[in-house]
Design a protein around this ligand. Structure first.
Ligand SMILES: NC(=O)c1ccc[n+]([C@@H]2O[C@H](COP(=O)([O-])OP(=O)(O)OC[C@H]3O[C@@H](n4cnc5c(N)ncnc54)[C@H](OP(=O)(O)O)[C@@H]3O)[C@@H](O)[C@H]2O)c1
Length: 326
């Protein structure tokens, strides 16, 4: 919030400052008699101290335009570390970028060092913290374990948030799917997150807690006539989400999933078949990676501390509604 010239100190302002037993981290700046005093932030302002500050200012007889307080809410993932798989492209990239913007130190993972480097450079150029960790998640426990170890190392020994985002989605019909493709899709989409979670969740629990976010898909609960193999892997991921929430939740590790609708950017005028899949939805369009990333910030942060085992549909209404023209 930014006020200049400073308005009167409203009750609402003070109430917002003094919320909770401990107010959130704040970057605080005080405007007093047209002078600005910037307090080095972020600082932790106990709610009780906010209350005392309010009383002190009032007792001195100041009011009107003499004093205003300007603050910014702290970053929602400040101090956290996060590993995002498949962060070299589209949804994973957006999650890594938004996590870093919210204060997390992010391990950006994928196979492409070139695209991973671009993501890391962009985050660092904006003042964030990120490192690239190359991994080919071939479904073996060894590959997932190696990624877990290297990510923990670059993140300073601790992973607070794991986003199991890497995924592949060939759209063949069932009859056209060979065994090699079947094994590959299950390896990347199911086995890799399974063994990555196995490698990371116990350490999270030992450290006092953490958050795991899996990527499901709108075509897990809604049958469509293509991509049966891919749909089934996402069904497995959503089931794993609930099972892991029960298994790790009591140790402080919250496990949830996001189920995106179609999230792709298409060139204007280029009618892609995937766009047709979002017709008849309330949103009426494909989604943006940022919409998924915003949901991931919520599930990764303390605002969702009471949320376990859900699959959050961020799909423009694809799985819940059918908009039928009147
Ligand atoms: N986009 C959608 O419309 C949509 C809808 C519903 C659900 N989802 C789910 O959301 C997630 C992300 O989708 P997206 O569209 O952003 O995918 P994408 O653009 O195709 O990117 C996939 C990511 O996974 C990584 N990856 C693929 N195979 C890998 C492997 N063997 N080892 C390590 N990393 C690998 C890729 O990195 P490298 O190329 O660097 O290896 C890339 O960063 C997926 O789980 C997908 O199923 C997407």
């Amino acid at each position: 919030m930014r006020h200049w010239p400073p308005p009167a100190v409203s009750t609402a302002t003070w109430r917002r400052l003094a919320v909770g037993p401990v107010a959130p981290f704040l970057d605080l700046r005080v405007h007093f008699c047209r002078r600005t005093v910037a307090l080095p932030g972020p600082i932790l302002l106990p709610g009780a101290l906010c209350g005392r500050l309010r009383c002190a200012v009032r007792s001195l007889g100041f009011g009107g335009n003499d004093l205003a307080v300007e603050w910014t809410m702290s970053k929602r993932l400040a101090g956290k570390t996060a590993l995002v798989t498949g962060a070299t492209s589209n949804i994973g990239r957006a999650i890594a970028e938004v996590f870093a913007a919210e204060g997390a130190h992010v391990a950006v993972s994928g196979r492409s060092a070139e695209r991973g480097g671009e993501v890391v450079d962009g985050i660092r150029a904006r003042g964030g913290r990120a490192d690239f960790v190359r991994a080919d998640l071939d479904g073996t426990a060894a590959a997932s374990r190696a990624l877990a170890e290297e990510a923990a190392r670059v993140l300073g020994g601790r992973i607070d948030v794991l986003v199991n985002n890497a995924g592949i989605y060939p759209g063949d019909t069932t009859a056209a799917t060979d065994e090699k493709t079947f094994d590959r899709v299950y390896a990347v989409n199911v086995k890799a997150p399974f063994f990555l979670t196995a490698a990371i969740a116990p350490a999270m629990a030992q450290a006092g807690g953490g958050a795991i976010i899996n990527l499901g898909s709108w075509i897990a609960p809604l049958g469509i006539p293509i991509g049966a193999l891919y749909s089934s892997t996402k069904g497995a991921v959503e089931t794993l989400t609930r099972a892991w929430a029960a298994e790790f939740g009591p140790s402080g590790v919250r496990v949830n999933a996001i189920s995106p609708g179609v999230v792709q950017a298409f060139a204007p005028g280029d009618e892609h078949p995937a766009e047709a899949m979002m017709k008849g939805t309330p949103a009426g369009r494909t989604g943006t990676p940022d919409a998924i990333a915003d949901a991931a910030v919520y599930l990764a942060g303390d605002e969702s501390s009471f949320v376990h085992g859900i699959v959050l549909d961020v799909d423009g209404g694809r799985t819940t509604t059918a908009v039928i023209a009147a």
